[in-house]
Ligand binder design. Sequence first.
Ligand SMILES: NC(=O)c1ccc[n+]([C@@H]2O[C@H](COP(=O)([O-])OP(=O)(O)OC[C@H]3O[C@@H](n4cnc5c(N)ncnc54)[C@H](OP(=O)(O)O)[C@@H]3O)[C@@H](O)[C@H]2O)c1
Length: 161
Amino acid sequence: MEKIIIAAVDEKLGIGYNGKLLAHIPEDLKRFKQLTTGHTIIMGRKTWESLPKKPLPDRKHIVITRQKNFTSAHEQVFVVQSIENAFELCEKQHAQKVFIIGGGEIYALALPYTDILELTHIHQTFEADTFFPQYHDNFTCVWQEKHESYTFTRYIRVKPA
Ligand SMILES: NC(=O)c1ccc[n+]([C@@H]2O[C@H](COP(=O)([O-])OP(=O)(O)OC[C@H]3O[C@@H](n4cnc5c(N)ncnc54)[C@H](OP(=O)(O)O)[C@@H]3O)[C@@H](O)[C@H]2O)c1
């Protein structure tokens, strides 16, 4: 099972402010949809709460929380209490690919287990209160596609965590 992190980061690895994304980039949302549709997406409870429309269509969702009584009424949404439980559930469901979609706390928990990073580098620095963890020592860039205000990049793991 391939574990992939997908995130949009600014020049200082900022990813969010006040519970929201730093920027609205329609092409990035389109890429997010293209890559994740048909697969399982894993997220923290705060990112789940921040989704404007939920659940996202055609994707299984796994929400991580410490709250024992947290539930979701949606059929495609599963609630677990650790990143390890999230991956175990994906294995049980025979997922081929899982995408970790944030936020900061969950990226940090998932990074040591992750094979691939799909990062959108936004060519700007925003005011941010949530950050992507440092990854450069363990990953190398294997692909990039430059646009005027952002660059799509793919990194693969070169060194175990
Ligand atoms: N730029 C991007 O690509 C991107 C993507 C996603 C999100 N974001 C942004 O990131 C921000 C949200 O990130 P965040 O770091 O504040 O929150 P988060 O990672 O989405 O969720 C944090 C929550 O996850 C649960 N959690 C964390 N560690 C846990 C553990 N060890 N065991 C069990 N549950 C655990 C807790 O839920 P409970 O409190 O319920 O226990 C915690 O409050 C927002 O601003 C959002 O817009 C950006």
